[in-house]
Ligand binder design. Structure first.
Ligand SMILES: Cc1cc2nc3c(=O)[nH]c(=O)nc-3n(C[C@H](O)[C@H](O)[C@H](O)COP(=O)(O)O)c2cc1C
Length: 346
């Protein structure tokens, strides 16, 4: 798939609103690879979005799934939710598998060019089913160990998600005890993966310009995957409060406060108030859903999960297709500039 793209630019799947058929189709039509996010959607809603994307474009696109995790015992998060509930009304904390089996069945019946998976690795059997349907399988990884598991399961492409990335970390198992070690940055992870595996690597995290795309291509990536850079495009379904916050120069932070899974978002009061939120996904995601929806509706950025990568101030309001074309041209210029630098034999 990657070899067939006119430009090595991949639209990151962005569940929870930003991902739309219009955004996906615009990126694929411009010569990149658009992705539809399937996270939080039931299989029938995903089927409708795939059908709508097919109406908008005849170009290939991908669909991204959340691999299911395991339920967390309520006693692990009860105190945290009681603390949050002192200030906000909460929904019911519950576990589900994000309709995994039904979505896999949908995608094997009505295949798309690429199925990517985050939050874990599909089994070798599941990968084989997707391959038999004609899809490539990409798996998001954050470490060399995860890359080895993905390659073993038959993944065609590794999506290297660096620490800079906006949104949830794709880590297979989210363990607070691992927080003491810094997560690998995009460039470090990319170098480690190209040294350790023979699979093509798509680099993600903090990439917002043609120069940064050029950097990861030079470091061995087959393509760059950008999320935050597309959040302000007209075709994205990004909430107004989120869109408006992106150009503001505030730092991003990693947090479990909103969802119970580690994610990077713009620093706001809710994140600062809950630095020790436990790992319990999707239970905490469901519990905080009403407070996030209310804050979005009120335009209150202090209680919304404003997922964003570290280069968020560079996100522009250009139409997505134009953004792909500009990024492509800037990538070429940056690569030419790099080649023109004098490097003497030493
Ligand atoms: C708003 C938002 C939602 C995201 N949702 C998903 C998702 O549904 N599935 C997924 O694999 N990655 C998701 N990500 C992570 C992206 O795939 C990617 O790793 C990240 O956007 C790259 O970093 P960048 O935002 O700095 O470009 C999301 C990121 C953002 C910003």
């Amino acid at each position: 798939m990657l070899d067939d793209l006119r430009t090595p630019i991949v639209l990151a799947p962005m569940a929870g609103g930003p991902s739309t058929p219009e955004l996906t189709a615009a990126v694929s039509d411009a010569g990149g690879l658009g992705f539809l996010a399937a996270g939080y959607l039931k299989a029938d809603a995903l089927g409708e979005r795939i059908a709508r994307t097919r109406e908008l474009t005849s170009a290939p696109f991908g669909v991204n799934l959340f691999a299911p995790g395991a339920p967390t015992p309520p006693e692990h998060f009860a105190d945290y939710l009681a603390e949050v509930e002192r200030e906000f009304p909460l929904g019911t904390a519950r576990f589900d598998d994000d309709d995994w089996a039904a979505k896999l069945a949908l995608l094997t019946d009505s295949p798309v060019a690429v199925v990517s998976v985050t939050f874990g690795c599909p089994s070798a059997d599941e990968v084989a089913r997707l391959h038999a349907a004609g899809s490539e399988v990409w798996v998001t990884v954050t470490s060399v160990g995860e890359a080895r598991i993905a390659a073993e399961a038959g993944a065609d492409v590794l999506v290297a998600q660096g620490a800079e990335a906006g949104g949830h970390r794709g880590t297979f198992i989210d363990r607070p005890e691992d927080d003491a070690a810094d997560p690998l940055t995009t460039l470090a992870l990319l170098q480690l993966l190209t040294a350790a595996t023979d699979r093509p690597v798509v680099a993600a995290g903090g990439i917002a310009t043609g120069a940064a795309i050029a950097a990861v291509l030079a470091a061995g990536a087959a393509a760059a995957q950008l999320g935050t850079a597309f959040l302000r495009c007209a075709e994205a379904g990004t909430a107004a409060v989120h869109r408006d916050a992106l150009p503001i120069d505030v730092p991003t932070m990693l947090t479990r406060a909103f969802s119970g899974r580690r994610a990077r978002g713009l620093r706001n009061r809710f994140i600062l108030d809950h630095p020790d939120a436990p790992a319990a996904y999707p239970e905490i995601h469901y519990a905080t859903s009403p407070l996030r929806a209310a804050a979005r509706a009120e335009g209150n950025p202090d209680a919304v999960n404003l997922w964003a990568g570290q280069a968020h101030v560079l996100a522009t309001e250009l139409p997505a297709g134009e953004l792909v074309r500009i990024l492509s041209a800037d990538t070429k210029s940056a690569l030419k500039l790099a080649v023109s630098r004098r490097i003497q034999d030493c």
